[in-house]
Structures are given as structure tokens and as C-alpha cells.
Ligand binder design. Structure first.
Ligand code: HEC
Length: 484
């Protein structure tokens, strides 16, 4: 399957982008981002353990290490329910897009299913899944009717104590390590940015979540005035305000022609042509800190435009929750290299109804019109609701390969992961996307959430020079794909 741009398949904006891709020069001077393996849960897990209530010791240890970062009481990171006491587990859950049977089952039953689920598992990616022993302990307790811990049973130091937080942390590091090798693991542990932010991406007014709304994607636009000289963005720091309702957020740099209101308003969760992803945050994602030799260029003499897209979740219908989340940027004089974003994957596929599909797409690194070697410092896998797995590897001329990412995909848990990989001109990007089309219709590529995507956004440098014929979608649009 070669993505040769079948115009009938795409919405108008995508068609327009294809034309840009294949003909007009498109200057991509800026882009990329850097998030990471989520390991900030450690402290939260340890803290929650102090209130672990009357759970049997093995279950208390499991939830302290892997669940109470979010399912504390009160819950945070938009988790709908606490999982702290035996009574919490015996209560019925809440129906949601990711848990349609939530209201019909006990949270204990739902938890057992989610620990082993392939779509929307708990804990969410990139956290390491529970071990078989942990799963067995929870399952046995739920099957026994979820009784409170026996009177007189006291849990050891390793069970529900401070040590559990470390467990959660280890799990996250492990998830990162599986992705990109040791260099990646080292970077995932990097401390937060040490720079002082000088730019704030902030909405004109806070967003108030309507009580009746369970789920909303909200966007606001920010226009930064022109500076006389070129500048480079060197770090991106999320300042998440209301963790009861902020589920995840995306930061794009966009063309000046994209007019998005500075007042937050509902918008679709889509990637539009010309929106270049700099950063994606979910619970635990660290700030993006660019490599010391690269930055996202803000060209002098022209204004810069950003869109912040925030997914709010209010499954329990809290009333009057307000959010004033902002994104802080550090900028400075230009560094040696401009960073950029490209997307490997595909823009041309059909997924038959009621079936699993996998495609494998390859793109030669040599199509990037800048000087190799390329340095890839971030990956953001992106599919829509039917996506279940995305992997990318770099195939070298000698037949060996280096993994870029290889992880289950969860639409509700989209974050950026830091990397430190070098790509030669002779290398090829191989990307595999797997979907489970549970619908009764064929599904094809497109921007709407009911259509599908297979993109892995890679942040890299050096960027193509200004004026090069290039667009971030080119490596996907020009990929050669086959069905697996
Ligand atoms: C990073 C935050 C986070 C962590 C960690 C986490 N969850 Fe969740 N959980 C959520 C969110 C958000 C939802 C709501 C969306 C959904 O249903 O998937 C949820 C939903 C659930 C539900 C369904 C609740 C309902 O009423 O529908 C269960 C059960 C659950 N989680 C169990 C667990 C267990 C067990 C763990 C630990 C092994 C865990 N979660 C770890 C965030 C988290």
C-alpha cells in the first residue's frame, strides 16, 4: 500500500495538506517536545499508603504501589473513584467511554479485568503492569467477596509502607527502558528543567467544566508577539492546575492562519495539518527539556502561534470545577540546531469491520532534507480509539535495528516519551500499527475521531533548512506499507 493521496478519502484540510506536502514549499522551522516515562507517582503512592484502610496486606501493597497515585481519596488525575478501603472495592463503578460496563459491576470485578486488559489497562501506560502474583492476590480476594482485613493482621513494612512508592517508580523506569535502551532510561530520570520560564501559554479565562459533561476536549490559542531576533524554545513546563479534571493535554505550534480563540472552547481532539506537536502531558509526564545543542525556532520579526488542547474528564459530575492550567516555556538565543517534528506511519489504510488489522510501513530516513545524522529526542505515538499497539524501529543498513517505541496504545493515555537515538541517512523507519476494529463498518485514515490514524511523531534535529520542500506528514504520506 503506498500512500499516494487519494483525495476522496480525506477531509478537506488533509487534502490541502497533501497538496502542500507534494508541491508547495512548507517551512517547518520549529517543532518537537520532550515528555517522559511517568515516575512521579512514587511519592503519591507512598503517601496514599498511610490511608490504606482495611485492605488485606497484599492488596494494600498493590494499590499503594500502582493505583493510589490516582485512586486516592479523594481521587486525582481524573480517576473517578477511590480504591482505598474494602468498601471502595465492593461499590459499583461509573460508566465511561473507557469503561462502558462501569456501573454494572463492582470496582473489585472491574479492577481484576483492568489489570489484564489489552485496551485501557490499569495502571495506564507507561506504567508497568501488575505482576502475575499481584493479579492472583487481587483476583482471589475479589472472588472471596472482598472482606476487610482480618482483625489483628498487621502489614509488614514492605506492604503499604513508604517502600511501595519506590515500586511504582521502578515500574515506570522499566516501561521506559523497554522502549529505547539505556540511553532512554537515563534521560527518563532527568530532573525537571532548571531554566526560568519567560513565556506563558495561558487561556484568556479559566475553563469551567459543566457539571453535566463527563468528557470534553477544549482548545485555546496563544499568539506571542514577534521578537526582533530569532529565539529558540529550550524547555516546556506544564503547570497543571486542577488535577481533578485535567486528564491530558497537547501543545502544538501552528501556522499564523490558524485562528483559534484565546478563550477556551470545546474542540475536537484531532491533529490538524500544520499543527506540530511540541509536547503531550499525562499524569506523571516530566517537563520537556531539549538537548543542549537544539531548540524550536521562533523566527524573529514574526509572531508565534500555539494551540493548547486539554482533555477534561468529569466522570463523577463534579459541580463548578475550574481550571487555569498553563504551559510555561523557556526561550533563549538560538542554539546550534533547529529542532523539528516529523511523523512516521501511514496516511492510507483500510480496516475491515469486526477484525484486527496490522500494517507495517517503511520510510527511508534519506527523505529528510537536512544533514544526517539525525538525533531523535522524543516520540509521541498517536492513533485514535481503535488503536491497540504502535511500534517503530530504525532498521540499519547492516540489517540490525534499534527500537524507538513498542508499547500498547491507549487513546486515553497519550503522552510524549524522551529518547536519545541517532539515525543515519542509510537507515529506514519501520512503523507497525495495530487496530481492533470493533465497529460494523470499514474504517480508514482521517482526522475525525471515528476515523483512524497511525502516526509516530518524532522530535529530531537538525531540521530541514528554511525553504526546503517538506512537511511533517511527508514520511507517512510517502511510506510504503504492507498488511501483516
Ligand atoms: C495515572 C492515573 C491512574 C492510575 C495509576 C490508575 N488508574 Fe484506574 N483509572 C484512572 C482513570 C483516569 C480512570 C477513568 C477512565 C477509565 O475508566 O479508564 C480509571 C478507571 C479505573 C477503573 C474503572 C472505574 C469506573 O468506575 O469505571 C478501575 C476499576 C480502575 N481504574 C482500577 C485501577 C487499578 C486497580 C489501578 C492500579 C492497579 C489503577 N486503576 C491505576 C486513572 C488511573
Amino acid at each position: 500500500m503506498v500512500a499516494a493521496g487519494k483525495p476522496g478519502k480525506l477531509g478537506a484540510p488533509m487534502t490541502q495538506l497533501k497538496i502542500l506536502t507534494l508541491s508547495a514549499p512548507l517551512v517547518l522551522t520549529v517543532a518537537a517536545a520532550c515528555g517522559g516515562g511517568s515516575d512521579s507517582g512514587g511519592a503519591a503512592g507512598g503517601g496514599a499508603a498511610a490511608t490504606a484502610g482495611d485492605l488485606p496486606c497484599e492488596v494494600a501493597a498493590l494499590v499503594a504501589a500502582r493505583c493510589q497515585e490516582c485512586h486516592s481519596n479523594p481521587p486525582t488525575n481524573t480517576a473517578p473513584v477511590p480504591l482505598v478501603t474494602a468498601a471502595d472495592f465492593r461499590a459499583k463503578g461509573v460508566a465511561s467511554p473507557a469503561t462502558p460496563d462501569g456501573a454494572d459491576k463492582t470496582l473489585g470485578e472491574l479492577a481484576v479485568a483492568k489489570l489484564s486488559a489489552t485496551t485501557n489497562p490499569m495502571p495506564p501506560a507507561p506504567r508497568a503492569p501488575a505482576t502475575d502474583a499481584e493479579k492472583a492476590a487481587l483476583q482471589a480476594w475479589v472472588a472471596a467477596g472482598m472482606p476487610p482485613r482480618a482483625a489483628g493482621e498487621t502489614c509488614g513494612a514492605g506492604q503499604g509502607g513508604g517502600g511501595q512508592g519506590g515500586g511504582a517508580q521502578g515500574g515506570a523506569a522499566q516501561a521506559g527502558g523497554a522502549q529505547g535502551g539505556s540511553a532512554q532510561g537515563g534521560q527518563a530520570g532527568a530532573p525537571s528543567a532548571s531554566c526560568t520560564p519567560d513565556i506563558v501559554l495561558k487561556a484568556a479565562t479559566p475553563w469551567t467544566m459543566p457539571k453535566a459533561t463527563a468528557d470534553e476536549y477544549v482548545c485555546f490559542g496563544v499568539e506571542l508577539p514577534a521578537s526582533a531576533e530569532d529565539r529558540h524554545v529550550t524547555a516546556i513546563l506544564p503547570r497543571v492546575d486542577n488535577t481533578k479534571i485535567v486528564h491530558h493535554l497537547l501543545v502544538y505550534r501552528v501556522e499564523a492562519s490558524e485562528k483559534i480563540s484565546p478563550t477556551p472552547a470545546p474542540c475536537a481532539n484531532v491533529v490538524k495539518p500544520g499543527w506540530k506537536l511540541y509536547y503531550a502531558w499525562g499524569p506523571g509526564t516530566p517537563p520537556a527539556v531539549l538537548p543542549a545543542e537544539a531548540g524550536y525556532r521562533m523566527p524573529g520579526g514574526q509572531s508565534s502561534h500555539y494551540i493548547v488542547n486539554i482533555h477534561y474528564s468529569n466522570l463523577t459530575h463534579l459541580d463548578g470545577e475550574r481550571d487555569a492550567t498553563e504551559i510555561d516555556l523557556c526561550s533563549g538565543p538560538p542554539r546550534q540546531y533547529d529542532a523539528d517534528v516529523l511523523a512516521v506511519g501511514s496516511t492510507d489504510f483500510d480496516l475491515p469491520a469486526h477484525a484486527e488489522s496490522t500494517i507495517e510501513c517503511s520510510t527511508k530516513a534519506a527523505i529528510i532534507p537536512s544533514t544526517a545524522p539525525y538525533h531523535v529526542f522524543q516520540t509521541w505515538p498517536h492513533m485514535h480509539l481503535l488503536g491497540t499497539h504502535l511500534s517503530t524501529e530504525i532498521r540499519h543498513a547492516d540489517g540490525t535495528s534499534t527500537p524507538v517505541t513498542d508499547r500498547p496504545y491507549d487513546f486515553y493515555s497519550q503522552i510524549t516519551y524522551p529518547l536519545a537515538l541517532t539515525v543515519d541517512k542509510t537507515d529506514t523507519f519501520i512503523t507497525r500499527c495495530t487496530w481492533n476494529n470493533t465497529t460494523a463498518s470499514k474504517v480508514s485514515f482521517g482526522e475525525n475521531t471515528a476515523q483512524e490514524m497511525c502516526f509516530n511523531f518524532l522530535s529530531y534535529y537538525p531540521a530541514p533548512p528554511p525553504g526546503a520542500t517538506w512537511a511533517w506528514i511527508a514520511p507517512s504520506a510517502l511510506a510504503t506499507c504492507k498488511k501483516q
